[in-house]
Ligand binder design. Structure first.
Ligand code: EPZ
Length: 430
């Protein structure tokens, strides 16, 4: 075996080998939404009664969150796609840094811990590959609800002063429609004394799923999904059996897999209105769509360049910016993609360029000149969605690509190569 191959075999990191120029067909089965399931797990701390979460995806992020809940003394058991949770044994209010640092959603537990036990000690989640990821809005909201917060040595120590140990309702206006801050404040306010409101709230579908879950537990939340949410505090919450909504980002990723391979595929279950802005851009760039209330079928025609700017919901979701750029790299003509949510979410540009994409990057704006064919190459994703973009580009490229970054990919896509191979791809995991 020639030296290079020998060396690469010796140092090969876990990767996917993807045969390009492939055609896909059939139906992609969409799993439960990662970014909803994680926050519902945090909200499960709010009651001592047993509850069941159905349609929980098999992801390393879910495993990580399960580990954190177990470390806090929560009873948790998985059976197939259901999580059986009982937080009556909740006793540790301090989350270990090594578990929190890699899983931002665990910070959202601060709201439910304060509401349930009146205290919490959680490390700051810190930044990640895509940005600084501050939590100032979360902390501002909790302070408004009466929590005492001290941030020292990278740890947020929070407590509820007074003998009742109960937060007080308040009217909160967010400086930015932060998804996590809206969720953290919601979870704190549902057990607060009196009425609360959140203005400039995030409107993502995950917020609506959380509000539905909390109301199923006996909370009184109204207006979720809009810019102003109102919460009437209650004394306690009870258990429930709740099904997590389908993952809109996974569904969008597989629609883009159909578009980039010029294949007719469908995704189900899906809630089409969770993807309105993405579906519009798919139509604008040359795909026809057949939509029912829980299925979307895509038929790509000639794909041409369209412009995208990421925005909070209902605008174009930042989590599909990288996968959509992979499609634009193979489109006819020019497209301009601007990332407005995160300061460093363009790492996939360099990797796409290695595959022959013609992209000019100015700050957070990429100008893409579509090319007839990408060429297979060894590439590496720097975060969850840029790795997904590399998988899509490899499906289209001429030749066999090697995609590294599986530790990112497996956080947000459940057995992505199994689902793609079922639709006709040729992907092997090493
Ligand atoms: C959630 O992150 C998602 N993660 C992200 O998905 C998603 O990209 C993001 O929402 C936006 O839709 C989970 O739900 C676990 P934000 P979150 O607070 O809550 C700034 C994926 O790939 N900001 O809405 O952290 C922040 O810097 C992940 O699945 C402040 O300035 O998002 C960012 O620029 C990636 N101050 C912007 O808001 C704050 O206090 C959006 O952040 C909070 C946020």
């Amino acid at each position: 075996m020639p030296n290079a191959a020998l060396i690469s075999q010796k140092i090969a990191k876990p990767h996917l080998e993807i045969e390009g120029d492939c055609a896909l067909s059939g139906e992609f089965s969409i799993s439960g939404a990662k970014n909803s399931a994680l926050v519902l797990m945090a909200a499960s701390l709010l009651t001592e009664e047993s509850l069941v979460l159905q349609n929980v995806p098999q992801l390393t992020d879910i495993d990580g969150m399960s580990e954190i809940l177990l470390a806090m003394g929560i009873g948790l058991r998985r059976s197939n796609d259901a999580l059986h949770i009982n937080a009556s044994g909740l006793k540790h209010v301090e989350l270990p840094y090594e578990l929190v640092h890699g899983l931002r959603a665990s910070f959202f537990c601060i709201g439910s811990l304060l509401a349930r036990l009146g205290q919490a000690k959680i490390p700051l989640p810190g930044g990640c590959e895509i940005g600084a990821r501050p939590v100032s809005e979360h902390i501002k909201g909790l302070k408004a609800l009466g929590a005492y917060i001290n941030v020292e040595h990278g740890v947020v120590t929070a407590s509820v002063p007074g003998i009742t140990n109960r937060l007080k309702g308040a009217d909160i206006v967010l400086d930015c429609p932060s998804v996590g801050a809206t969720e953290t404040i919601l979870m704190a306010a549902v057990l607060a004394e009196g009425r609360s409101s959140i203005e400039n709230a995030a409107q993502e579908p995950e917020i609506q799923d959380l509000a539905k879950f909390l109301n199923a537990m006996g909370a009184k939340v109204s207006g979720a999904g809009g810019p102003k949410i109102t919460i009437e505090g209650v004394k306690e919450l009870h258990g429930c059996n709740y099904t997590v909504m389908p993952d809109r980002i996974e569904a969008g990723t597989f629609l883009l897999a159909g578009a980039i391979t010029r294949s007719v595929v469908s995704v189900t279950p899906v809630i089409p209105e969770h993807l309105s802005s993405v579906l519009q851009k798919l139509r604008d760039c040359g795909c026809s769509l057949e939509i029912t209330d829980n299925e979307i079928k895509i038929t790509p025609k000639e794909i041409k360049g369209v412009d995208i700017t990421t925005q909070p919901f209902p605008g174009f979701p930042t989590d599909l910016q990288a996968p959509f750029m992979a499609l634009m790299a193979t489109a006819k003509g020019t497209s301009v993609i601007t990332e407005k949510i995160y300061e460093n979410r363009m790492q996939h540009v360099a990797e796409l360029q290695r595959m022959g994409a013609s992209i000019r990057l100015q700050g957070n704006t990429a100008v893409i000149e579509g090319v007839p064919n990408l060429s297979a190459a060894p590439v590496c994703g720097g975060d969850l969605r840029s790795t997904a973009a590399m998988v899509l580009a490899s499906l289209s490229a001429k030749g066999v690509s090697k995609v590294e970054g599986l530790k990112h990919l497996d956080r947000g896509y459940s057995a992505i190569e199994k689902k793609l191979n079922k639709a006709g791809a040729h992907i092997t995991r090493y």
